[in-house]
Design a protein around this ligand. Sequence first.
Ligand SMILES: C[S@@+](CC[C@H](N)C(=O)[O-])C[C@H]1O[C@@H](n2cnc3c(N)ncnc32)[C@H](O)[C@@H]1O
Length: 253
Amino acid sequence: MPPAEDSSVNSTTTRKQRKRFKRKVSIKVKRIAEKTKKRKEKANVTPLVTKYWLQRYDLFSKYDVGIKLDEEGWFSVTPEVIAACQAGRCAGAGVVIDAFAGVGGNAIQFAKVCSRVIAVEIDPEKVALAIHNAKIYGVEDCIDFIVGDFFQLAPFLKGDVVFLSPPWGGPSYKARQDFTLDLLKPKDGHSLFQAAQAITPNVIMYLPRNVDVLQVSELSWLSSPPLDIEVEENYVRGRSKGITVYFGDIAFQ
Ligand SMILES: C[S@@+](CC[C@H](N)C(=O)[O-])C[C@H]1O[C@@H](n2cnc3c(N)ncnc32)[C@H](O)[C@@H]1O
């Protein structure tokens, strides 16, 4: 057993060491917090989108290479793993029309596996961001970006698959028990589906996880004979993020 004196010296030293260690840790924590704050400011992360910023690598695996998003882009982009899965259904397809392209989450994944993508987006600033993001993934040459309203452009577009990822009306969609198709923006789900059907029967819709699936399945009856339909629930890290509905030849592939 060490003498009592020694033990008091030891405990004083230990206390000092502990204090110094605590100070070091708190300085490190402060530095990390400052760095995180600066990175968030640089990426336009407002309090509303902080939650999505924390999932940034789920949204774009190449986020750190310089991906850019605006506020709406943060909460409306399709997570990369889901976009890749949706694109996988179209592998080898000729032309895919991404009717609501946003900041490019889906268009980039389609461009990886299809020969051509027509990306339509009404907001010119989002188109600029989508072009920038497509460059990061090296697929900008496979995408024709069009600034415009899909409903006005639809009669002039030709393609093998139409992908519909319309606005869900912001994060408040989650509060609803049953999300009905009339809540989609800028027009209801029927109008949206009909505009796409005029181009091709092969349509993909990406919808909220609380969408009324029965109502969605009724869309297949708008065509004669009724279209094949497949409904898929999409998860990221075990969390349900949305529902993808495949109509026509791309169902059950
Ligand atoms: C849910 S976001 C699409 C996100 C996209 N799938 C992605 O992964 O980045 C819907 C987009 O539709 C655009 N939009 C709204 N009305 C439109 C219209 N009439 N024609 C084309 N784009 C429209 C919005 O500006 C918004 O960027």
